[in-house]
Design a protein around this ligand. Structure first.
Ligand SMILES: Nc1ncnc2c1ncn2[C@@H]1O[C@H](COP(=O)(O)OP(=O)(O)OP(=O)(O)O)[C@@H](O)[C@H]1O
Ligand SMILES: [Mg+2]
Length: 456
């Protein structure tokens, strides 16, 4: 059971959604506009927020921004009408977990809610476990696609040096796997590797976590504590989600990167350490620099060697190998028989969009091993229902065969609009139709949707 906040200005929508989710066993709170939702978020912890985009008083995007500020760890799903698909894409860039298009039925939203909650739970579990066990040993990096081969070659090249590496990529693409490999293949491998998640702590806590503090440095500091930079001396420090490091700490981080020097909080004694830093981010740091949120000099200092991990949907050819790898792992761990994957099941997986990337694939395989009734295999019938909705771009293009032309037309137009970020002239030019024609079609669909949304 989860606590879910629903935000929509349309009463009917709100009520039916609340009823559906309450029937699924969740505790539901409904708000009829953004400001009410913000008040609720300020006082209560929710496991998930589902919000409409077009609302008076405060738009869904503004609300999303507030939610990210107040409850960074809470996943947000946005509801969108066809006409606001571009805004939904914008919302995803701002950190929404997913979007669902109106009108939708009860099963669709229930499935999305379960998937979102499960994904978020795994992320949090991962973070918690990591702080307990620290970085115990490397994990193999599987994948022979061209991009992954290049990544592996790059790791091998830079592992032995002491340069700072910035690993970028969406959530679940394997940034931590890369960081561990860099450490394992370096001459520091016998020394400790530690990690700090820069997004998980307040500025004060993060400062003392990184640099340590003296006894009495602040209320509650009843004894001296060494920070991660000291503890990782001679080894490697992973700075996870480095984009989230508060501005107040950026200068201090820059200094330790440049001079290997810092002071514990509450001390004037300078510490000298030898630490190799690997940083990760799933945000665009260049944009953060542009917005003045991230120091440019720090960005250059971190980005000495960039390693970029592509989304799993960009390397679908790695899926069979990755799946086999996870199946072997599970068989070994559970001392169970190795399951083969039906070729149909592989095809289903290669058509899916994998917003949670390799972590999501691992999760699906794990679930399949538990729920598959047929011994020794994993059938497409078992996993197919879990992989509906998000389609890989390649699959989306090939999926048009056998559908009504009108639907195909709408799909092509909407995805072209999305590609050009809502720019109608560019969209019309690319599709070889007039801007007026495009405008008329959009207007017609919008009206159809308004009717449909009311009748949900
Ligand atoms: N190439 C790969 N081969 C084998 N396992 C992988 C690979 N990439 C990722 N994994 C596995 O997928 C899971 C997620 O990977 P990882 O934690 O490195 O992602 P991440 O990019 O750090 O994600 P986040 O941004 O959410 O922290 C891990 O269990 C990891 O072992
Ligand atoms: Mg990570």
């Amino acid at each position: 059971m989860a606590r879910i906040l629903i935000v929509d200005d349309q009463e009917m929508m709100r009520d039916s959604l609340a009823a559906t989710l309450a029937r699924a066993g969740h505790e539901v709170v409904a708000a009829n506009d953004g400001p009410v939702a913000v008040t609720r978020l300020g006082t209560t912890r929710f496991d998930l927020m589902i919000t409409d985009l077009k609302m008076p008083k405060m738009t869904g995007l503004e609300l999303l921004g507030e939610a990210k500020r107040l409850r960074a760890e809470m996943p947000v799903v946005v509801m969108t009408a066809f006409a606001t698909v571009n805004t939904a894409v914008e919302a995803m860039k701002m950190g929404a977990y997913d979007y669902i298009q109106k009108p939708f039925d009860g099963d669709e939203i229930r499935l999305l809610v379960e998937r979102t909650l499960e994904h978020n739970r795994l992320i949090r579990e991962n973070q918690a476990l990591r702080t307990m066990a620290e970085m115990n040993g490397p994990r193999p990096m599987v994948g022979s696609s061209v991009v992954m081969t290049e990544v592996k070659e790059k790791i091998e090249l830079v592992a032995k040096s002491n340069v700072t590496v910035l690993v970028t990529g969406a959530s679940g693409t394997g940034k931590e796997v890369v960081a561990r490999l860099l450490h394992a293949q370096s001459e520091r491998s016998e020394r400790p590797m530690l990690a700090v998640n820069c997004a998980a702590l307040s500025e004060n806590l993060l400062e003392s976590e990184l640099f340590g503090h003296e006894k009495g440095a602040f209320t509650g500091a009843d004894r001296m504590r060494r920070g991660r930079f000291e503890l990782a001396d001679g080894g490697t420090l992973l700075l996870d989600e480095v984009s989230e490091i508060p501005t107040g700490l950026q200068a201090k981080l820059l200094r330790v990167l440049q001079e290997s020097q810092f002071e514990r909080v509450g001390s004037s004694l300078t510490q000298q350490v030898d630490v190799r830093v690997v940083a990760t981010t799933n945000r665009n740091l260049v944009a953060a620099v542009g917005e003045g949120k991230f120091r440019q000099d720090l960005y250059y200092r971190l980005n000495v060697v960039p390693i970029e991990l592509p989304a799993l949907s960009q390397r679908l050819e790695d899926i069979p190998e990755l799946s086999r790898h996870f199946l072997h792992q599970i068989a070994k761990r559970d001392k169970s028989v190795f399951r083969h994957i039906e070729s149909d099941a592989v095809r289903v997986m290669q058509r899916y969009g994998w917003p949670g990337n390799v972590r999501e694939l691992q999760n699906i395989i794990e679930r399949a091993c538990v729920l598959e009734r047929e011994p020794g295999v994993i059938r497409s019938a078992t996993i197919e229902p879990w992989l509906r909705g998000t389609m890989s771009p390649a699959a989306a293009a090939g999926d048009l065969a056998g559908h009504p032309l009108a639907m195909i037309e709408k799909q092509v137009i909407m995805s072209t609009l999305e590609k050009f970020k809502g720019h109608r002239i560019k969209t019309a030019t690319a599709l070889g139709i007039g801007v007026r024609t495009l405008g008329m079609k959009l207007k017609k669909w919008r009206e159809e949707e308004e009717v449909a949304a009311v009748s949900v």
